[in-house]
Design a protein around this ligand. Sequence first.
Ligand code: C2E
Ligand code: CA
Ligand code: CA
Length: 625
Amino acid sequence: MLWWYILNNNQLLTNVENEQISISGILRDFFVLLYVTVKKLTKIEEQHKRFNMTPVRQISALIVEDSEEDTELLLQELKKGNYNPVHERVDTWETMEAALKNRNWDIVFSDYTMPQFKGTDALALLRETGSDIPFLFVSGTIDEDMAVTAMKAGANDYIIKGNLKRLVPAVDRELREAEVRRERNKAAATIHHMAYYDTLTDLPNRTLLRDRLQQAIMVTPHDGKAAGLLLIDLDRFREINDTLGHQRGDLLLKQIGPRLREVLQETHLVARLGGDEFGVLLPHVNTKDASFIASKILKVMEKPFLIEGMPIIIEPSIGIALSPNHGENPDSLIQRADIAMYVAKENKKGYAFYSAEIDRHSPRRLALLGELRNAIESNQLFLLYQPKIHLKTGRITGVEALVRWQHPEYGIVSPDQFISIAEHSGLIKPLTLWVIKAALHQSKLWRQEGKLFNMAVNLSARNLEDTHLPGQIAEFLKTSGVAASLLELELTESALMVNPFHAMEVLTRLNKIGVQLSIDDFGTGYSSLGYLKRLPVNQIKIDKSFVKEMATDKEDEIIVRSTIELSHNLGLKVIAEGVESQSILDKLVALGCDSAQGYFISRPIPSHELSEWFKDTAPLRGWSL
Ligand code: C2E
Ligand code: CA
Ligand code: CA
């Protein structure tokens, strides 16, 4: 209608053609148009009312009636009420049964008593099919008692043949109510769907998975096979989500189900448990089958996912739990597959089976997860400092702050046990801020004692996504009064590779503040020195895995040697970590490495011990503060 008016309203078109468009002009035209339309519609409605032009309505009516004549009267009455009925007359159980199968009916009219068929049986037959379309008795013989029985049996109304005037209003009402029922059922089906399916991916959700898991567990295992559950978590998905935006992250999640389906069978159920976690129920497997399927999943997930033409690689970790050995109810299976999944993630193994052995550690992991926030807030964390030595001068160039957790129950917990928890639970930010603040405070105390050297702090990959971090560090530097050039941030190579663009932005801002940046664990990632050179970094820290063995392992020595040479060519300083012996130290000096750090020089120690360490050790080796 609107388009018809637009096409016929030359005024509006002319305005457009003459390019005299102004907002007020368009608005004026729009309101004129609206006014004309409403006027026209009101007029049509009035005309309809005047001539009683209710539009003709099509209905399909099944008429259970032995008399042709009565059928004709009924149809006439319907036509008078502006219905255009398509109908079929039946008068036996068999013919009605066939008619119900043949098509969908809007309404059923039925006589009450017929020679070969009872109206109540017709009603029973209809309801037996599960249909709730209106059923109206139209009978000459119906009395009050019959009517009550009929209604109780589920008829919608009864009409006496001698008083057919009631027919059309009854049909109107019943069709309307049937429509309402249909809408309600549709809504109920939608609600049901929402309760059992994930809205984003349309995959079954956790509730449905639990249901199906329950059913699968109930089946008695035979031939050594029973229900198995695979929990799949996408490593790095959060980073992808944060970098590319949630919408693109969603596009990726939508592709997971179909991708998994490529290697699964009909009987396997794929569910999304939330976030980037998916579950696959294998109703009938043994250990061998489950690992075979897990390997196939890992393989098929290797293919990059295309998001708006951009290839994205994700690495899944799969935890597997099998019934009845690992759990006899859905919740314990899910929980144990989850524990196995963490093991797979940590060991970077791809997939792992649950075992009681690994579970012994996991309650502790869960406990740590629950307590970490409080630990940060209530100062249960403390720092140890490991000195770094300049190899030419023997002077201390700085210390690396390494965090520890003084746990009330477990004693001192090492960072390897809680940094990854912090990274996965969003606590890495408060943790890092705590560490930086504490480290700068210590720096300030040492400066007051006249000791001036670098303070290095470790950052994690997640920290590089936090665009507020540079500002917060600048703020901390200001309050502590420590010169920015004395703060060094260590970033692992892999952290920089998670999101090179974002990392570049944060590093550039950190560089502007004036802090030193160094690449930690160098050699363990895939970055090239050429790429790293483009980053505003000052120093490369060769990973301890190469340094530790370099005295005996020729290949490691070559790696260390070439890293030192290349870095120097690129204008970067080099430090070797993991120096555990005099011979390694000597070799590093010979290779021209700038500085060194390791147990041979000093283990990480509390702040007050650093001065002692100096007094005791440094003079012996010619080191100075
Ligand atoms: P990292 O940054 O590579 O730190 C060096 C680790 O090697 C330290 O372990 C240190 O004690 C150890 N180490 C030092 N010298 C030697 C040696 O000669 N031989 C051997 N085998 N090991 C040596 P630590 O303190 O347990 O820290 C482990 C990791 O935890 C660190 O590795 C770092 O990635 C992380 N971490 C520690 N503190 C923090 C922190 O405050 N924030 C973040 N994000 N991560 C931290
Ligand atoms: Ca480090
Ligand atoms: Ca390191």
